[in-house]
Design a protein around this ligand. Structure first.
Ligand code: GAP
Length: 515
């Protein structure tokens, strides 16, 4: 069995398009860079992922409530949050290729190449020494590996320092001194590094003189902060408690590549957990554990996840980490967990002049709560599920099949109803069963093509079960149910199908593991 995880984003992209998961936006006009549309199966999968997140946050926790705030917010929001002044990427152009890059990404890619060389050395030694190989000892003693480690540390420290101090000349000098060339032109003909703000803006109001510059939100979190008191006052929540939200966010990303990994319009699922000051590190650790468990339950393989603790903290955080997933292009950020202190509430209180403190009745004192944030990109989660589920398999009869091993509870279609052929009374019986199931499960009816072809089609969209209605079914009221992964088939009574599917595809299977 070969799993695509090894290396093939291209296959995921073409499979997504061919089977109705993701389409490039505005394709007839040659597309719009880093914007994508979700097709019939994509939207189902996305909705199921949202439901898994929403229920695990809002339904399973009696101290987390949901909201749905608007995309447009008063522009002072972004002044207070720091996005107008600090939500920038350092950009550099290559004069020969006329291409624009993020300076920090060019340097990170360079570090990645050194890391690869280091791994190669380790692999070589592993092969040479076989069972006797002690990787830790080898890394501590091999002069080559030590040199690579030292190089990586030195460059990373410089990069972090320059980013933190916004030293743009330092970034350019580092690119030059490392001899980094443009991947397209191969030259080192770089411009200076400049800051570029990532927010999209537009005007509100139709009369010119009344025009107001307004931003499309770059994160959903600020809608939660601005509604913090509204939620407390209307729900009488006490600290610690959280507010969760799913919604669109917009960033004018410069490096628009890697499919739906980095988009200009994307969806976030964010939760701000309000706690008393000084308790934030305890809650930070708790949310790290809760969130990684949530991911592991999806069963895409525990070794595909890792934590990356941030050294270079964002302007609002006193601790932060990413949950990284091993995407086809390597380990990359899937979710961020941030200890945001009281930065946002304090900044909004100051700029708005409105009191945003929480009153602690027990201790008779008012204070600004600290915040732990969990923030996951829905589109990245979607890509993690697709790339973690895509399987190319050679079968014993010499044929091949491609199937999506999507966890049953989040599969777009749970069951397909397939009459053996489209004649006699088989379609009638099949439609009867379809009508019985469609209220409870996302169900598809298909009578076109051979049964083998129909199985393959359902495999390709990740349908866990196919039900075949044959001539015997008309006599016995029993049908064949086929499991997507094992391809095993069993006979089952029509009146038992609902329970069977419920036991195998309900979202509760995942939610129960969280409880
Ligand atoms: N409120 C905090 C925040 O927005 P972030 O690390 O900038 O933090 C959170 O973003 C998550 O949003 C990321 O972990 C990622 O999954 C997703 N995300 C960020 N930028 C994205 C983009 N351009 N395209 C798709 N997903 C993105």
């Amino acid at each position: 069995m070969f799993n695509i995880q090894d290396n093939n984003l291209k296959k995921i992209i073409s499979h997504s398009k061919e089977y109705g998961f993701v389409f490039p936006s505005s394709e007839i006009y040659d597309g719009l860079s880093a914007i994508y549309d979700y097709g019939p199966y994509g939207v189902e999968l996305k909705n199921n992922l949202k439901e898994y997140w929403w229920k695990s946050m809002v339904q399973l926790n009696d101290n987390i409530l949901g909201i749905d705030s608007s995309i447009f917010m008063h522009s002072n929001t972004w002044k207070a949050s720091g996005h107008i002044d600090a939500f920038n990427d350092p950009l550099i152009d290559n004069r020969d290729s006329k291409k624009r890059y993020r300076a920090d990404v060019l340097i990170e890619d360079h570090i990645g190449r050194i890391e690869k060389k280091k791994q190669k050395e380790i692999l070589k030694a592993k092969k040479r020494f076989k069972e006797d190989f002690d990787e830790k000892k080898f890394c501590e003693t091999s002069p080559r590996v030590l040199k690579y480690i030292e190089e990586i540390e030195k460059i990373s420290t410089q990069l972090n320092d320059y980013l933190k101090s916004k030293n743009l000349n330092g970034l350019k000098d580092l690119i030059i001194s490392l001899g980094i060339t443009d991947p397209i032109s191969g030259t080192k003909n770089w411009t200076d590094v400049r800051q570029f703000n990532l927010m999209f803006s537009t005007d509100m109001g139709s009369v010119d003189s009344n025009k107001n510059l307004i931003y499309l939100r770059p994160e959903t979190a600020q809608g939660i902060f601005l509604n913090f008191l509204n939620v407390i006052n209307s729900s009488r929540m006490r600290i610690p408690f959280g507010i969760a939200q799913i919604g669109k966010a917009f960033r004018n990303e410069i490096i628009a590549r890697q499919f739906i990994f980095r988009m200009r319009e994307f969806e976030q699922m964010e939760m701000q957990f309000f706690v008393s000051p000084k308790s934030e590190m305890e809650w930070y650790k708790k949310w790290k554990n809760t969130r990684i468990k949530w991911h592991h339950i999806l069963n895409l393989g525990r070794d595909r996840y890792r934590f990356h603790d941030h050294k270079n903290l964002a302007h609002y955080a006193n601790a932060a980490c990413d949950i990284e997933f091993n995407f086809p292009m390597g380990y990359k950020e899937l979710e961020g967990i941030h200890s945001r202190t009281d930065f946002d509430l304090k900044a909004h209180q100051k700029l708005s002049g409105k009191k945003l403190t929480y009153f602690d009745q027990k201790n008779n004192k008012a204070f600004l709560p600290y915040v732990i944030e969990t923030s996951i990109g829905l589109d990245r989660l979607f890509l993690a599920v697709l790339s973690g589920s895509y399987i190319e398999e050679s079968l014993n009869d010499g044929s091949n099949r491609v199937y999506l091993k999507i966890p049953f509870p989040i599969a777009p279609i749970k069951v397909a109803i397939l009459p053996l052929n489209a004649k006699d009374k088989l379609p009638d019986k099949a439609k009867e069963i379809y009508n019985q199931l469609k209220i409870q499960f996302s169900t598809q009816y298909d009578e076109k093509d051979s049964i083998g072809k129909r199985y393959r089609r359902q495999d390709a969209i990740g349908t866990p079960f196919c039900i075949t209605i044959d001539y015997e079914s008309l006599e016995t009221n029993k049908v064949t149910i086929r499991n997507r992964d094992s391809m095993q088939q069993e006979r089952i009574s029509v009146d038992k199908i609902n329970k069977y599917l419920e036991n195998n595809t309900s979202l509760n299977i995942l939610l129960n593991q969280l409880n």
